[in-house]
Design a protein. Sequence first.
Lengths: 108, 120
Amino acid sequence: DAKTTQPPSMDCAEGRAANLPCNHSTISGNEYVYWYRQIHSQGPQYIIHGLKNNETNEMASLIITEDRKSSTLILPHATLRDTAVYYCIVRDDYKLSFGAGTTVTVRA
Amino acid sequence: GAGVSQSPRYKVAKRGQDVALRCDPISGHVSLFWYQQALGQGPEFLTYFQNEAQLDKSGLPSDRFFAERPEGSVSTLKIQRTQQEDSAVYLCASSPIPPRSAPWVNSPLHFGNGTRLTVT
């Protein structure tokens, strides 16, 4: 059973912020939220992860709601190279369980 | 620095042939994972190694699939008597610390670019 729900696709304009939503209403206290992306013909690439605090790194920001039932990945200035499938994953174990992800298309 | 390396990048096999897919993890990474990704879908877990020990093989779809990591570094995924439904991208990933210890959640998996297997 999928632990996360993501929209199947979304478009965003180059240079604008891209906000990718993810619902994980059944998340438990020891489960982390991970984000990966997969550019065409490449393996998944780690982006960011968090437990309950908001996180930021050089690639993106992760905003987790206070009840932890949803989160948003923010790409602050999308470029054409950010076009990819983005996976939101709830992880409490050594495995990563991928869903279908969101296909993000950045348009010039 | 060197990432996870997989070879071959592409493999075409006739139905019934055996294939062997190789994974070179990042040096020093103790955990190694194999995933299968069908066209248009997310990766699906196959098996997990900690050093040379195969601790989880629950995702292997049949007994035709076999994975090994004899010296705790390079791993090979072997598929015997390939079938058309085995056509997929096979991804390998490694991570630098054993899971189930305190900091594992701060250690993401690093993936290779996969081997695309086509069974004709």
